[in-house]
Design a protein around this ligand. Sequence first.
Ligand code: SF4
Length: 454
Amino acid sequence: MLELTPNTLAERSALRINPCKTCQPVGALYAALGVHRCLPHSHGSQGCVSYHRTFLTRHFKEPAIASTSSFTEGACVFGGGSNLRTAVKNIFDVYQPDIIAVHTTCLSETIGDDLNAYIMELTIPDDKYVVHTNTPSYVGSHVNGFGNMMAGFIRYLADARAAKNNRVAIFPGFVNPGDIREIKRLAGLMSLDCIMFPDQSDVMDRPMTGDYEMFPPGGTTIAEIQMLGGVLQTLALGEFACAEPALVLKSKCQVESDLMPLPMGIAATDRLLMAMSALSGQAVPRELEDERGRLLDLMLDANPYYHDRKTAIYGDPDTVIGLTALALELGLRPRYIVTGTPGELFTTRVKTLLATYGREDCRVKAGADLFELHQWIKNEPVDLLIGTSYGKQIAKAEDIPLVRAGFPILDRYGHSYNPLVGYQGGLRLAEMIASALMDHYDRTCADEDFDVVM
Ligand code: SF4
């Protein structure tokens, strides 16, 4: 498996192999699924949306619904305006969503379709909405598409004249429904009345009832997105997914935001809870202090197994930064940190984090791919991989334990239900990491070192 990956590195700028990201519309589609009774709509050819839906379905093990403008040769030459008009009419007639969220694709971007103009000319039924965002896939990644779609909803719907309310907007970032549930639980324990936007819980993790509901009960409502204009503040979790929508909300409705990393690990979770405490005026309850204490206890108990183990972390930028923070707290030694999403801000943030722990001896790269990561590992191996399913070939080829975390995980089940964020998420990750390292030790140690008690 992958024996042919060469040790010798070659300078590459125009080619990505196993790229560690996917295209913008995937993120836009996922963001739109977090809005109640919303049908995401892909303005392009059918092949694109088939791929985007399949990709999300394979990660969440849930149907990811979306419609398409079904471009053929005619739309490519004359523009997709008439396709969009027909699609919107059919969608409202047949599927009856409350809102359609349109995102572009490479094709509609390349021919220069003007979605603003098309949407202004549409006949939209009363109390229904059509919003859009631009998601050219030759720029950025699914993380940018996610933020762009959020910004699109805010541009169309957030009401600058909304009555001031005591609610707080939480932008959870590109995370699983299990993470969103955990952030909502933390907000509840901190007595914070929040608007979670977007909210894919009860949409992409809905219980099995035997009945199919095209529009499940979850998702941020249109009224809540309109109310974002009057909230106290935004807690934007994950700079790469949430900076843009937070900025748009600020410039449209003058809502200030506190932009912070995903609450992964102790320090980042502390930071979120302190921000929540400042907003609600309530001290952190004993229940959360105890959770924090239990995570610390596990970290100390298993420290001999974490200590100084060389680690490679890869995936989406916000998730990788969160995982790196936790890895440093555990005592692991990050050696390679990469994301496929381009942007030098990532390297700056990660290097700052590494410097805090005196761990500058680490290669950090944005816009990277897993082929290059594999080459680095062939030249200097690591003890542990943390990242998405796409690292499993490296794990197998080099016999390195792999802890699956992030997006996508295509070859396991249950990950989307359970959090990586908060102290509970830290506890889960710390256990997964210790177990992976110990399983590997059991599998590879000499007979005389093999023991039941560790
Ligand atoms: S053509 Fe563009 S939008 Fe469509 S699947 Fe490929 S990268 Fe994504």
